[in-house]
Design a protein around this ligand. Structure first.
Ligand code: LMR
Length: 342
């Protein structure tokens, strides 16, 4: 490169930086505000994609004044640690599954774990995108956490190394669950033995036989390669798994108002990315599991599903006082669900 072409190249780079809005004052260039966003799943999942999109849009909208560093796949923290890290301010943002908020003392979130509480995404959105969802996020404030959004994942399948067709098949199976008392009760209701394990430990626990099976939406199962160590999968769609995106409240409140507004905008767009891709990602993951030939997929009949629902449904009543009857009734009302008709 001649001196002239080098100068031209430098000038072009400067112009493109300036027009893209990334040319910062020296102070800004030295110290963008860093948001560490930790999560436990793969990049190629609804949550992973939305987190990466949020990082990109946050940089664009704040013109580089905020840098979001995404740490996927439990790289930085595992399930339990990440909640503590958020409260301590070691990370600023997380998107834990709704099943993981009770240990903070906000047990109402376990309502999302109740088996058969949502028939489909329409039911789910009636809660997450309405006043009930907003009220639940508000409850996090007293724990030093601000809830920014709900991100969808999907409905869970059951997997094991034996066919899961009838209720009998679950008896005595050691099933990995998330740290939720509702999920514990749900597994016990069908005679399984629930075992709480961090998401990052699940693959190995399945591989080594520490547990026999698990439940998760297909996107999580496939991207963690759990199908390689699970010979059978039953598309029970018996419960839902999704997320609340949360931020350390002190950090969030301390941001300049213009940045907070831009990040709120980036979050709204990222929420759309998560929710628009969730259904398809799970469908695709199931198709990929099928194509792998490693796992036999069973689609329960209406009758099989009804029997599963009947066995699991008493968990609603059993857990009502833990979750709070008001929250439960609010959800039933939002989804037009009549529990007496069960
Ligand atoms: C799990 O632990 O199974 C899920 O919460 C993982 C996730 O974040 O989707």
């Amino acid at each position: 490169m001649t001196r002239l072409t080098r100068r031209l190249a430098l000038a072009t780079a400067a112009v493109s930086l300036a027009t893209s809005g990334l040319l910062l004052t020296p102070a800004q260039a030295q110290s963008p505000i860093v948001i560490k966003f930790s999560h436990v799943v793969a990049n190629d999942t609804p949550k992973g994609k939305a987190a990466d999109f949020f990082a990109k849009r946050a940089a664009e909208l704040t013109k580089g004044r905020v840098k979001v560093e995404v740490y996927p796949n439990s790289q930085l923290y595992k399930d339990k640690e990440e909640m503590e890290a958020l409260q301590l301010g070691s990370v600023q943002m997380l998107a834990p599954s709704l099943s993981k908020f009770a240990p903070l003392g906000v047990k109402e979130f376990e309502a999302f774990d109740l088996p058969f509480i949502f028939d489909d995404y329409t039911d789910l959105h009636a809660v997450t995108q309405g006043p009930v969802g907003a009220k639940l996020l508000k409850k996090l404030e007293s724990r030093g956490i601000t809830g920014l959004a709900y991100w969808d994942n999907g409905f869970k399948v059951m997997s094991a190394n034996k066919p899961l067709k009838s209720l009998e098949d679950y008896k005595g199976l050691k099933m990995r669950i998330q740290s939720s008392k509702v999920l514990d009760a749900q597994m016990r209701a069908i005679g399984a033995l629930p075992q709480v394990l961090a998401f990052s430990e699940t693959y190995q626990a399945l591989q080594t036989g520490v547990v026999d099976g698990t439940e998760n939406p297909p996107s999580n199962l496939y991207t963690q390669k759990m199908h390689e160590v699970q010979k059978h999968l039953s598309v029970t769609n018996h419960g839902y798994l999704g997320y609340a995106v949360v931020v350390n409240k002190k950090f969030w409140d301390g941001l300049p108002a213009d940045l907070r507004a831009q990040l709120t905008q980036a979050m709204a767009e990222a929420t759309k990315v998560a929710n628009d891709s969730a259904f398809k990602d799970n469908q695709d993951a199931l198709a990929k599991v099928k194509a792998s030939g490693k796992t036999t997929i069973y689609e329960p009949s209406k009758g099989d599903r009804f029997l599963l629902k009947k066995a699991m449904f008493p968990v609603h009543k059993q857990m009502a006082s833990r979750i709070g009857d008001e929250t439960l009734q609010d959800i039933y009302k939002a989804t037009h669900f009549d529990p007496t008709k069960m």
